[in-house]
Write a protein that binds this ligand. Structure first.
Ligand SMILES: Cc1cc2nc3c(=O)[nH]c(=O)nc-3n(C[C@H](O)[C@H](O)[C@H](O)COP(=O)(O)O)c2cc1C
Ligand code: SF4
Length: 517
């Protein structure tokens, strides 16, 4: 009998020793003369349980974790007996944290072998592409519009409308660009898809190519993601070999091919127009709009720029239909969102759920509060440009409009948790410092204002002319918000002003009444 095990090859699992666990289990099996077959899958996203090892049983997979190399012997002995082990978590699908989720975009992540196109197909892969081919370009766009899918990169722009604009723009050459720069703090969903289910991204981009008559795609991946780069490159090669990319894809009349490009590590290169400059081999600087990338994008040609999660959500929309996807969610936030729980949190990881869950449920119930065991004081949602939310705002629904109504944003779905030891004046200063370091320099409010902002916060922290400097800081934030060309300068005021509004005592002012807003 061959024992089939699954050990994640995802970067988060590797960082906590998944490679060493693999080696130790192989060595233990060799010593015992046991035949084993280890599949290196993606992560299920339960980060506090990584490395999580799964074993195939007649009743499905059973999970163990977090496994250390030193557990290899005892784990193997248990697997050869009745499976009982101190690290046992029971049937994987029954782990409450996983069971509570609605895995739509991440349905295959952690399940399939990311290196195997056959495994992808065996788990429903390519079905979306097949239906897309049967629908034709216009109907694909209409289906994506009807699904209500909004861009998962941050701005939440309707994906179908973007595709329609590119489809309706005449040109002999169009491009599909995938934004895998994933620079937001506390986010890792793009990486998990690329490392755990890379073919779904290829499928989504190929569907976008068919819908808009674009024949060439690029995945722009941040250089800090070497495992994702390697996995995507291997998947593209396999997809080409398997007829999913190249000439006459999947037996159709469409040609579509793609390649990986690695960014050099600038937050602003996640902004779509500076990303395009970077892809063209230039220094990444934000372009003024118009023209929109949909009209004049990469090399001046009509270009779809979408986030990894946006593309990865399209195959299931094609396969199951717009109504299936649209039925999840609330208001104008349709479908599911892969939320990433990070920072000082007990149960961090990837939690995909329909829009509409409250922030409090996510932090307290799903996340289990802080890892330090101290009270949660603030959470930053939506990356470094997102607002800090205090506990009285934890009734906010995870929904684009609900967050915007409270001067926040959900961005790419990252939630970073802080306990009561956080100094919010320092966090506000950090927001200005981040902007100063990452500014592309094109416009004055961001380039100069962020440095002046740091200085003003320093004065406030040192209690120098506090009242006047508080007024100055508010004025500066106003200038940044309304005078910046892109959201880096335009949204830096959100973390700063939310820190000032909800945590004034950290700036030396009287505390705010902590009643519900
Ligand atoms: C400073 C800055 C950084 C950004 N970083 C990213 C990023 O890392 N990944 C991403 O998908 N979008 C990022 N965006 C948003 C993109 O400009 C763009 O809206 C997105 O790629 C469009 O794809 P979507 O509609 O699928 O979200 C960033 C925007 C700004 C202003
Ligand atoms: S706001 Fe900052 S990053 Fe954006 S264009 Fe202006 S200088 Fe560049």
């Amino acid at each position: 009998m061959t024992l089939r095990l699954y050990i994640p090859i995802d970067a988060a699992a590797l960082a906590v020793g998944a490679g060493e666990v693999d080696t130790a289990i192989r060595a233990a099996a060799l010593r015992r003369g046991v035949a084993i077959d280890i599949v290196r899958n993606g992560s299920r996203g339960l980060h506090w349980l990584e490395p999580m090892v799964e074993v195939e049983t007649p009743a499905g997979r059973a999970a163990y974790g977090p496994v250390a190399p030193g557990d290899a012997e005892s784990l193997l002995a248990a697997l050869l007996a009745d499976g009982a082990h101190a690290l046992g978590l029971g049937p994987t699908e029954d782990i409450p944290w996983l069971k509570r989720q609605t895995r739509v975009t991440f349905a295959r992540c952690g399940v399939v072998n990311p290196r195997s196109l056959e495994d992808f197909r065996a788990h429903g892969g390519c079905k979306g592409l097949e239906r897309a081919l049967s629908l034709g370009a216009e109907a694909i766009v209409e289906e994506v519009v009807q699904s209500g899918l909004r861009g998962r990169g941050g701005a939440g722009f309707p994906t179908g409308i973007k595709w329609r604009t590119v489809a309706q723009t005449q040109s002999s050459q169009k491009y599909i660009v995938c934004n895998a720069d994933e620079g937001d703090s506390g986010t890792f969903a793009d990486r998990m898809i690329m490392e755990g289910d890379p073919f779904v991204l290829i499928e989504g981009m190929a569907i976008a190519g068919i819908a808009t008559r674009a024949t060439k795609g690029y995945v722009y991946i941040r250089s800090e993601y070497p495992h994702a780069v390697a996995m995507m490159e291997a998947a593209i090669t396999a997809a080409r070999r398997g007829g999913l990319l190249g000439k006459r894809i999947a037996g159709s009349t469409f040609n579509f091919d793609m390649e990986v490009r690695v960014g050099a590590g600038a937050y602003v290169c996640g902004e779509e127009t500076s990303l395009l400059d970077s892809l063209e081999g230039k220094r990444g600087i934000v372009r003024a709009k118009p023209p929109l990338p949909a009209h004049k994008g990469l090399f001046g040609q009509p270009t779809v720029v979408n986030n990894v999660l946006s593309f990865a959500s399209v195959p299931i929309i094609m396969d199951k239909g717009a109504a299936f996807y649209r039925d999840f969610g609330v208001g104008k936030s349709r479908g599911t969102m892969p939320i990433q729980l990070a920072g000082n949190i007990k149960h961090g990881g990837l939690f995909e759920t329909a829009f509409g869950i409250t922030l409090g449920e996510l932090v307290d119930d799903v996340g289990g509060g802080t890892r330090s065991g101290r009270p949660v004081r603030a959470v930053q949602v939506g990356g470094p440009l997102g607002a800090y939310f205090p506990r009285p705002l934890f009734d906010t629904l995870f929904d684009y409009e609900a967050f915007a109504a409270r001067d926040g944003l959900i961005g790419h779905g990252g939630i970073v948790v802080f306990d009561d030891t956080v100094d919010m004046a320092k966090q506000a200063r950090f927001a200005m410092e981040f902007c100063a370091i990452e500014s592309c320099g094109k416009c004055t409010p961001c380039r100069i204002g962020s440095t002046r902002g740091m200085e003003v916060i320093d004065h406030i922290i040192r209690n120098e002319n506090r009242a006047a400097n508080m007024t100055l800081l508010e004025d500066l934030c106003h200038t940044l918000k309304f005078g910046s060309l892109c959201a880096l300068g335009g949204f830096t005021p959100y973390p700063v002003m939310s820190a000032l509004t909800y945590f004034p005592e950290d700036f030396g002012a009287p505390p705010r009444l902590q009643a519900a807003e």
